[in-house]
Design a protein around this ligand. Structure first.
Ligand SMILES: C[S@@+](CC[C@H](N)C(=O)[O-])C[C@H]1O[C@@H](n2cnc3c(N)ncnc32)[C@H](O)[C@@H]1O
Length: 208
């Protein structure tokens, strides 16, 4: 599938109808999501034929993009049942199969490296401190091949140190820095759009 085609399909997905501020629910836009998955596939071979988990899948954008790029199996995990319903409708509309699991990432309880790749746009940790690190910790325990994740550029040194020193990653590389336009979803956002700098990371988990 071509990049533009992927971006167009992701642009038609339903997104959060009633975003929950405490869960930091904002979608990954089609421009960023398509490039994130396209890079994972075309530069690193981490999607096609692989078992991919989308942590904090929300309405399913990253997991669905993986399915469209021929992942062998996709599992989306989110704590919020309303988002999972939307993700399920999106999968039906695209005629792709993904499994959806309602679970808090901290209680996932998967043991061993049972997926190849994790893709995620976790909460930035602005509402609940450390939420981003909970996601990264679990992702690096369960993926055997790679973890792709978006984090605020201001946290770059902290993310790198934690991944390499505390979570056992073999490598932690910023693939690119992106401008992330948060739509004005919440009343405390004063401007129409909140433009922040975000890093797209690729982590390689330790080999067991
Ligand atoms: C920034 S949104 C990203 C949504 C979607 N992945 C996307 O890229 O459009 C973060 C997602 O993480 C979910 N989430 C927040 N805390 C969670 C937790 N502790 N366990 C599982 N999911 C969580 C939210 O419900 C939300 O869907």
């Amino acid at each position: 599938m071509k990049l533009k085609q992927l971006e167009a399909l992701l642009g038609n997905l339903q997104q959060f109808s009633n975003p929950k501020v405490e869960l930091e629910q904002y979608p990954t836009g089609p421009h960023i999501a398509s490039r994130m998955l396209f890079t994972a596939e075309n530069s690193f071979g981490d999607v096609s034929g692989k078992v991919v988990a989308d942590f904090g899948c929300g309405c399913g954008t990253l997991g669905l993009a993986s399915a469209l790029l021929d992942a062998q199996h996709v599992i989306g995990v989110d704590v919020d049942p309303e988002s999972l319903e939307i993700a399920s409708e999106n999968a039906e509309d695209l005629e792709v199969d993904i499994d959806l699991l309602q679970c808090d990432i901290k209680n996932l309880g998967w043991t061993g490296q049972i997926v190849d790749t994790v893709v995620m746009n976790p909460p930035f940790g602005t509402r609940r401190k450390g939420a981003d690190m909970d996601f990264l910790f679990v992702a690096l325990q369960v993926a055997s091949q790679a973890v792709y994740s978006l984090h605020k550029t201001t946290t770059r040194e902290h993310i790198k140190r934690s991944a390499l020193r505390d979570f056992g990653a073999c490598s932690a590389e910023v693939i690119c820095e992106l401008r992330y336009d948060l739509p004005q979803l919440y009343k405390f956002h004063k401007k129409k759009e909140v433009d922040i700098a975000v890093d797209l990371w690729r982590f390689v988990p330790r080999t067991n």
